[in-house]
Design a protein around this ligand. Structure first.
Ligand code: HEM
Ligand SMILES: *[C@@H]1O[C@H](CO)[C@@H](O)[C@H](O)[C@H]1NC(C)=O
Length: 490
């Protein structure tokens, strides 16, 4: 979407103002009075003017701020946002507690409350941790390997169908194309055949309204009577009705499908209770929100890098040729799992461009961390603690030439994602709340890119894309224009 510059400035100003409110809200909601008995507090970011200086710097861009301050303040520091505190834990040496702490110490519920009107009542952040844990178990079960095998067949079919509609040669906005394809695939695997085949236009318009109903201001005031919020609520209501019908007819017919919808319908709580229609709908919406933009953004970055660096494109292509010699045209879960070169190309794109750039928790107990150079800091309870995949993934003591696209850094012998322990590479988070959809995401992106590599010559004709830092899920700015030409690989 093109905006003229006045609108753009207005939009940016609006974003800054709403972001300010957002942070103010976070602050007032989560910080209790700060304890001051402790002696070894982390260094505090100093900024001018006092009181709001650091807040302004934070809002101008958390990643730029981290990049500027890390050399002076080190891997643990506190940013005073007005009179409250956010403490950053950057790098595997100090972030272990962030990832491993139990819910009673570090919780997500407060920081992710704003999702409730989108996901709907009775699910995820609207319920107690004990219930949420069971719902995450439903996710885990719906994403087991035996289920993934079935989803892969649908991913492959969707990719084949989609790209069969491209001509012999032409030019496309790859970003736009991959977004469309991924919503189709996600609908098929997660929401089910009924939605994918019959109701698709309807439902995708409703999801569009849900998406557009999540604004920066929504984080602060999720129930503000804005047109976007009203459309969101109407869409959520309509989706309830649609899914209610689908679930009802599946239950009556007794037919079972291999999709996440079916898994959620059959999921049971420990006490034997079945999921309600409303819970099933909410969990599906949550899955789509977790997995759709993240995956489509990652597919686009992967493509952009492959087209930019011919040597990696050739390496990925050679791998496809070898696999075709071995397996013919067949692509299934196991063939995709053999695509190590492509896997590393995706993983490296995701290292440089994690779509979720800041992870946060509300802290409910005191803890301490010790840095690489042996300094120990006490983090008082009441702080918001945060870590940043976008920054941590580019630390030079973990990743050699961190700003360079180098998929081989993950190869046997180097394995830079592991040498500093489990939390070196955190595009998917890790530990207690690590992404449950990681294997699904890789399979989906590999299904798309193996098809493209096998069937098309591709060339990036627009400049290498920039990062769209302003998006809620950080993605690719502008168009990604690609010239394609069909080919036969043998
Ligand atoms: C490239 C794609 C993806 C990326 C980069 C990604 C990233 C992440 C990250 C960073 C977290 C941790 C959030 C935190 O610690 O606060 C997370 C959690 C989660 N993701 Fe993903 N994700 C992706 C795809 C998916 C897909 C496809 C699904 C489901 C179909 C999914 C489902 C989940 C769920 C359910 C959680 C919550 C786990 C928990 O809190 O215990 N994700 N993801
Ligand atoms: C850090 O916290 C742990 C657990 O509360 C405590 O046992 C330990 O003594 C603390 N370490 C330092 C250096 O204060």
């Amino acid at each position: 979407m093109e905006l003229d510059s006045d609108n753009n400035t207005l939009l940016k100003t609006g974003l800054v103002i709403t972001a300010t409110l957002v942070v103010a809200k976070l602050i007032f909601t989560f910080f209790t009075s700060s304890s001051s008995k402790k002696k070894r507090l982390p260094p505090t970011l100093q900024a001018w003017p006092p009181l709001i200086g650091s807040l302004l710097r934070f809002l101008k861009g958390p990643i730029v701020m981290l990049r500027d301050e890390y050399p002076n303040l080190g891997s643990v520091f506190t940013v005073n946002l007005l009179h409250k505190k956010m403490t950053f834990l950057i790098g595997p040496e100090v972030s272990a507690h962030f990832f491993k702490a139990p819910e009673s110490d570090l919780s997500q519920q407060e920081v992710y409350q704003f999702n409730v009107p989108t996901f709907g009542p009775g699910v995820v952040f609207d319920v107690d941790y004990s219930v949420r844990q069971e719902q995450f178990r439903f996710f885990t079960e719906a994403l087991r390997v035996n289920k993934l095998k079935g989803y892969v067949d649908m991913m492959v079919t969707e990719a084949e169908d989609y790209f069969s509609k491209w001509g012999e040669s032409g030019e496309v906005d790859l970003k736009d194309e991959l977004e469309r394809l991924i919503i189709l695939t996600a609908s098929r695997c997660l929401l089910g055949r009924e939605v994918r085949d019959q109701l698709f236009d309807d439902v995708s318009a409703l999801f569009h309204d849900l998406d557009n109903g999540m604004l920066p201001i929504s984080v602060l005031f999720p129930y503000l009577p804005l047109p976007a919020h009203r459309r969101r609520d109407r869409a959520r209501q309509k989706l309830s009705e649609i899914f209610s019908k689908i679930i009802g007819s599946r239950k009556r017919s007794g037919k079972s499908e291999n999709d996440m919808l079916q898994c959620f319908i059959e999921s049971k709580y420990k006490d034997g209770r079945q999921t309600t229609e409303s819970e099933v709908t909410g969990l599906l919406i949550a899955a789509l929100f977790a997995g759709q933009h993240t995956s489509s953004i990652t597919s686009t970055w992967t493509g952009a890098y492959l087209m930019k660096y011919k040597e990696h494109f050739s390496a990925a292509l050679d791998e496809q040729k070898k696999l075709m010699e071995k397996h013919g045209d067949k692509i299934d879960h196991d063939v995709l799992s053999e695509m190590d070169v492509l896997y590393r190309c995706i993983k490296e794109a995701l290292r440089l461009h994690p779509p979720l750039i800041m992870l946060m928790r509300a802290s409910h107990s005191d803890f301490n961390v010790t840095t690489r150079d042996g300094k120990t800091y006490d983090i008082p309870k009441g702080h918001i603690v945060a870590t940043s995949p976008a920054f941590a993934n580019r630390l030079p003591h973990i990743f050699k030439n961190p700003d360079t696209y180098d998929p081989d850094r993950f190869s046997v012998g180097r394995e830079e994602d592991k040498t500093a322990g489990a939390f070196s590479y955190i595009s998917f988070g890790g530990g207690r709340h690590g992404c449950l959809g990681e294997p699904f995401a890789y399979l989906q992106i590999k299904a798309i890119w193996s098809h493209l590599l096998r069937n098309f010559e591709l060339e990036l004709v627009s400049p290498f894309p920039e990062i769209d830092w302003n998006a809620m899920v950080v993605g690719v700015k502008g168009n990604v224009m690609v010239r394609y030409k069909r080919r036969q690989l043998s």
